[in-house]
Design a protein around this ligand. Structure first.
Ligand SMILES: Nc1ncnc2c1ncn2[C@@H]1O[C@H](COP(=O)(O)OP(=O)(O)OP(=O)(O)O)[C@@H](O)[C@H]1O
Ligand SMILES: [Mg+2]
Length: 452
């Protein structure tokens, strides 16, 4: 990517940011540089008593927000890496031109906002759903490698972050699947079986079912097959059904909440040798929320659950906040949790260090204490929570294996992952009781492949 790509568009061009038929504000190009976009709240939105901020970093009390905050926030709504390059090529715009890409793909994004023309209320776009036959769905999934998110096809205006192939869809009450077109809200995210990572569908289903089994809020998942093409269906927690209609809830991920672009989603981004948000940055961001203490404990539960699952890929875009009117902010449910141990070429290093430790086996009682101290949490509470949640996970594992082995997608992967999770749980519990003096820091694998 060039350092400061220019857009052929003109300064002063504006794009509306909408919540259903209400204007939240607008994005404006300040110059020919694609990075130079700012955001202003609409005065009526600022004055309404049921409004919510776009981000905890863009409070409603401040009308104008600068490009340094605005550009990375909106960039985080788009797919990443090679997928974004392909999107840019298909749309004939520069991959860094967030304004131009959102103009096309802003109709259904993570959270409650829709991005479309300033003079175009939702009703003018005639949002609609199109039901797919099983064969059509299988075909659509097969097109994704060349046409991410089906971008450029008739009525497709949606975007979702991440590096892996996926497709936002609607699920009808009879189980049928359709496409959300022209700004209609999707209700689920479909993640096809991944050819690079064996049993990825079963892996994510296992981890998220395990989270639910220990009463952690977790995205609801189910496994399916359309004409022989397997996929995981993840229910969107940012969509609810109200009076028979789908309503969007607002969310932002922790890259957005901490002010980093997606390219810096890891605490250490080895390819570009740059720092991104770690645990401290995420927990500090939670200090900006009204229920900071409860949110921080929940974040810690999620982080610990990732350690127990061997989910090394728990980077800042894999945790999110739900933002409700009146700026009530809570942790979104867990999503995108997968065990990395069953893949040989995946790093064993955690995406975020815990008290300086990158390998879960190297975390002892004093590290949990340091984690508590560094983040304004009670040491006793942290130790108690580590013991309680780990014990609960250890107990829940056999039941989840049994349930999934009896499901529509039986697989040897469940037992295999369960073995790793059990080992992690036992090691975390025994390390909580011991505190060897020697530190083992030799755990860096700077060139390892990131997890799925
Ligand atoms: N259940 C859900 N409800 C609402 N939004 C979700 C849900 N699951 C995922 N998302 C959003 O979609 C984005 C991409 O999803 P996900 O993390 O599962 O994809 P991925 O491509 O596997 O990610 P990664 O790049 O971490 O490998 C998330 O960062 C989040 O913003
Ligand atoms: Mg993810």
């Amino acid at each position: 990517m060039r350092a400061d790509p220019k857009s052929p568009a003109v300064a002063g061009e504006k794009l509306g940011v909408w919540y259903a038929d209400r204007l939240v504000g607008h994005i404006e190009r300040k110059s020919a540089s694609v990075l130079d976009i700012d955001f202003s709240y609409d005065p009526a939105w600022m004055a309404a008593n049921d409004s919510f901020p776009v981000s905890i970093r863009m409070p409603l009390a401040v009308q104008h927000h600068e490009p340094a905050t605005v550009y990375p926030w909106f960039l985080n709504l788009l797919p990443e890496g090679r997928t974004l390059e392909m999107v840019g090529a298909i749309l004939h715009v520069h991959e860094a031109d967030v304004f131009a890409i959102l103009q096309e793909m802003g109709g259904d994004v993570a959270g409650a906002l829709e991005i479309r023309k300033l003079n175009e209320p939702a009703s003018a776009r005639k949002p609609r759903h199109r039901r797919l036959t099983e064969a059509e769905l299988a075909e659509a999934i097969k097109r994704l490698p060349e046409r991410p998110l089906l971008v450029g096809e008739d009525g497709i205006h949606m975007s979702v972050a991440g590096a892996q192939e996926k497709l936002p869809v609607v699920r009808y009450s009879d189980g049928g699947i359709g496409l959300a077109l022209d700004g209609a809200p999707s209700t689920h995210i479909l993640k096809p079986r991944n050819s690079k990572f064996r049993a990825a569908v079963e892996n994510e289903a296992f981890c998220l079912r395990l989270a639910a089994a220990v009463k952690l809020p977790a995205a609801e998942v189910s496994m399916h097959s359309a004409a022989g093409v397997d996929y995981l269906l993840v229910k969107r927690y940012d969509r609810i059904i109200e009076n028979g209609a789908v309503r969007r809830l607002h969310q932002e991920d922790f890259c957005q909440a901490t002010g980093f672009p997606p390219s810096l989603k890891y605490e250490w981004n080895a390819q570009i040798q740059r720092q991104g948000p770690g645990l401290k940055a995420c927990l500090d961001a939670l200090n900006l929320t009204s229920r900071a203490a409860a949110n921080k404990i929940r974040f810690m539960d999620y982080m610990l659950f990732s350690v127990l699952c061997g989910n090394v890929d728990a980077h800042a875009k894999n945790y999110s906040l739900l933002i409700q009117s009146g700026a009530a902010v809570t942790m979104a449910p867990l999503y995108d949790v997968m065990n990395g141990d069953i893949y040989e070429n995946v790093t064993r290093n955690l995406a975020m260090r815990i008290a300086g430790k990158q390998r879960s086996g190297h975390i002892y009682a004093r590290h949990w204490d340091r984690f508590a101290e560094d983040n304004g949490l009670s040491k006793t509470q942290v130790r108690r929570r580590v013991a309680e949640l780990t014990t609960a996970v250890l107990k829940a594992v056999p039941g989840v294996v049994e349930e999934l082995e009896k499901s529509n997608m039986p697989s040897p992967a469940y037992k295999e992952i369960a073995g790793y999770v059990t080992t992690y749980c036992k090691s975390v519990l025994s390390n909580l009781k011991s505190d060897p003096i020697e530190e083992d820091e030799a755990d860096d694998e700077p060139n390892a492949t990131p997890a799925p």
